[in-house]
Structure formats: structure tokens, C-alpha cells
Design a protein around this ligand. Structure first.
Ligand SMILES: CCC/C=C/C(=O)SCCNC(=O)CCNC(=O)[C@H](O)C(C)(C)COP(=O)([O-])OP(=O)([O-])OC[C@H]1O[C@@H](n2cnc3c(N)ncnc32)[C@H](O)[C@@H]1OP(=O)([O-])[O-]
Ligand SMILES: NC(=O)C1=CN([C@@H]2O[C@H](COP(=O)(O)OP(=O)(O)OC[C@H]3O[C@@H](n4cnc5c(N)ncnc54)[C@H](OP(=O)(O)O)[C@@H]3O)[C@@H](O)[C@H]2O)C=CC1
Length: 279
């Protein structure tokens, strides 16, 4: 669907690029000619994905074991990246969430979600943006958000807060940094099952799942998200700035996606907390 060289000569950092949707996007970007830089906390996962990208597309790939909750670690990673030349595109993909009754969230639990999802993405954006502006180099920031930015999301309140704040960042910087050559865009995915999302959001005991509730009767394919991301970060989308594209089969128009949890009993929630404590 795209020219094979759509992303040729682009250096792209995908946070959380070792697994899930981050890995799916990295595969598509590499296939379209990009040089990939992927970061996450688990080196082994990053190395495995990097090896796959090199074998499949002969791609140039660099890995960075970096916890984006740590602003100094993000600054060090960006400095290391820039030593080999400027980055062209940042994809804010790394995030964390879990379902919980908000009245049971401790401050530490809420921060465990806000720290990587909001602060980590903001640190990455500020570090990349400042370097682009200082060197007069054009840049693109794509943030992977959620339809919770539109509907809110019961039982994942900190994630909904973080994603909504990143949408505010996208819109704010689109105006502030647009004149300086930096473009910001976002995607709000609906359900795209990954081991991470399924493990955190769909424990046993939830209803039959997001496919049944979706107007299109199915969940998203990773290739669909990767294709949309490829377009949005490419020069072909050069006049799209400050926008979030929803890709959810129309699900958010029907519901916020968590209504089934309203019917969980206190016993089910207690079992969920116990299961979590045991794991
Ligand atoms: C909505 C759609 C959009 C978004 C989709 C996605 O993001 S999909 C992507 C999804 N992918 C990912 O999320 C991948 C990344 N996920 C992660 O890195 C981790 O799972 C984590 C950071 C979320 C939790 O890390 P960890 O378990 O090492 O946590 P920790 O030891 O650092 O404890 C910190 C505090 O949090 C508490 N707490 C923790 N879990 C639960 C829970 N289930 N229940 C209740 N509470 C929980 C824990 O008890 C502690 O509080 P306390 O007791 O001290 O007051
Ligand atoms: N899958 C879905 O249905 C949906 C996903 N999304 C969004 O899509 C994105 C990807 O989700 P998905 O692929 O499902 O999730 P995964 O759990 O599979 O991936 C999360 C990635 O983020 C990395 N990560 C987490 N915390 C940190 C950290 N502190 N520092 C650096 N890297 C970190 C993880 O690597 P490591 O553990 O090695 O650090 C992992 O590679 C997220 O932003 C999510 O909110 C939005 C709506 C729906």
C-alpha cells in the first residue's frame, strides 16, 4: 500500500519497541526502509526483536535498555542517539496500565502508571524536541494514546488521565513547535490484543471481550495500526499536525469499553486483588 522507500533514511525511536504494538510498528517501519532505535527495560526482549528486524529487512537497528520513568536515563539515551546523527521521528509507545477500582489505588499504584505513560513520554518528547529545535532539524512525534482521551475510562483512571494529558501535549506543542519544524500527531487505538494489554486489562472473569462489543465484530490487526503509524510519521502526512486519529472499529462511539466491569461484584474485585498479590 506504500512506496517501499516511504521511510528510507528516517531514524526512528520507538519506545517499548521490543514487544507488542511497538514491535509491530518497528517491523513495518523497517520494512519501509527506516533505521530503528528501540528502547525498553528488558534487554533480552529488545535484542530478540532487533535480531528479527535485521534478519527480515537487513535493517540498521540499535537497542537501548532505558527506563523512561528516569529523566536522566532518557537524557543519556537521547545523547547517545544523537552521537550518530539526529533522530527524525519519536514514537511514544511505551506505557503501563492495569484495571483496579480507583478507591483502592494507592499513591504508588497510581504513580506506577503515570510515571512511564505520562512522564516518560513527556521526557522523551522534550529531550528530542529541544535537540531538533537547537539544530534546526525537522522532527515528528507520534504518541500512541487511547480512546479514553475521548470517553474517559472507568477502572483505568490513571491511564485515561495520562493519555489525555499526552493529547494536550500533542495539541499544545503542535502550535508551539510547528513553526520550528516539529510536527506532533497521535493515534487512539481501540482493542489490539497484545500479551501486555491482555494480561493487564483482561483477567479471567471479564466478559467475552472487546471483539463482541465492537461494531465491526472484531479487534484490530497489528498491521492496521502499523500502517496508520507509517503514514502519519511519513512526509506524506506533512500537513497533519496536532491531530489524533481514532482506530477502533467505531467502538468508542458505542461505549467506553469497560461497562462490563460495573457489574463485577465486590467478591470478584477482591479475587482480582488477591490474584494480583499472589502473582
Ligand atoms: C485503557 C486502554 C489504553 C491503555 C492500554 C495499555 O496501556 S496496554 C499496555 C499494558 N502494558 C503494561 O502495563 C506493561 C508495563 N507494565 C508494568 O511495567 C507493570 O505491570 C506496572 C508498572 C504497571 C506495575 O508494576 P509492578 O507490579 O512491578 O508494580 P510495583 O511493584 O512497582 O508496584 C507499584 C504499585 O502498584 C500496585 N499495583 C501493581 N499492579 C497492580 C494491579 N494489577 N492492581 C492494583 N495495584 C497494582 C502495587 O501494589 C504497588 O502499590 P503499593 O502496594 O506499593 O501501594
Ligand atoms: N494493545 C491495546 O489494545 C492498546 C494499546 N494502547 C497503547 O499502545 C501502546 C502499546 O501497548 P501494548 O503493545 O499493548 O503494550 P505492551 O505491554 O506489550 O508494551 C509496552 C511496552 O512498553 C515498554 N515499557 C513499559 N514501561 C516502560 C518503562 N518504564 N521504560 C521503558 N519502556 C517501558 C515495555 O517494555 P519493557 O517491559 O521491557 O520495559 C513494552 O515493550 C501503549 O501506549 C498502550 O497504552 C492503547 C490502546 C489499546
Amino acid at each position: 500500500m506504500f512506496e517501499k522507500s516511504l521511510l528510507a533514511h528516517k531514524r526512528i525511536l520507538v519506545t517499548g519497541g521490543g514487544s507488542g504494538l511497538g514491535a509491530a510498528m518497528s517491523h513495518r517501519f523497517a520494512e519501509l526502509g527506516a533505521e530503528l532505535l528501540i528502547c525498553g527495560r528488558r534487554s533480552a526482549t529488545l535484542d530478540e526483536t532487533a535480531a528479527q528486524l535485521r534478519a527480515a529487512y537487513n535493517a540498521k537497528v540499535h537497542t537501548f535498555a532505558c527506563d523512561i520513568r528516569d529523566a536522566n536515563a532518557v537524557a543519556d539515551m537521547m545523547a547517545a542517539i544523537w552521537q550518530d546523527g539526529p533522530l527524525d521521528i519519536l514514537v511514544n509507545n511505551a506505557a503501563a496500565t492495569f484495571i483496579a477500582q480507583s478507591e483502592h489505588l494507592s499513591a504508588r499504584a497510581a504513580d506506577a502508571i503515570l510515571a512511564p505513560t505520562l512522564h516518560g513520554a513527556m521526557y522523551c518528547t522534550l529531550e528530542a524536541g529541544r535537540r531538533w529545535i537547537e539544530s534546526d532539524h525537522n522532527g515528528v512525534v507520534l504518541s500512541i494514546l487511547s480512546t479514553s482521551t475521548i470517553t474517559g475510562r472507568a477502572f483505568t483512571m490513571p491511564s485515561a488521565m495520562a493519555k489525555s494529558a499526552l493529547l494536550a501535549m500533542t495539541k499544545s506543542l503542535a502550535v508551539e513547535w510547528g513553526p520550528k519544524g516539529v510536527r506532533l500527531v497521535a493515534i487512539a487505538p481501540g482493542p489490539f490484543p497484545t500479551p501486555g494489554a491482555t494480561g493487564q486489562l483482561h483477567p479471567e472473569g471479564r466478559d467475552s471481550g472487546p471483539a463482541a462489543r465492537n461494531p465491526l465484530g472484531r479487534v484490530g490487526e497489528h498491521s492496521e495500526l502499523a500502517n496508520l503509524a507509517s503514514f502519519l510519521i511519513s512526509d506524506q502526512a506533512g500537513y497533519i499536525n496536532g491531530e489524533m486519529v481514532v482506530q477502533d472499529g467505531g467502538a468508542h462511539l458505542r461505549s467506553s469499553g469497560a461497562e462490563d466491569l460495573l457489574h463485577w461484584t465486590d467478591t470478584q474485585w477482591a479475587a482480582q486483588r488477591t490474584a494480583r498479590a499472589k502473582s
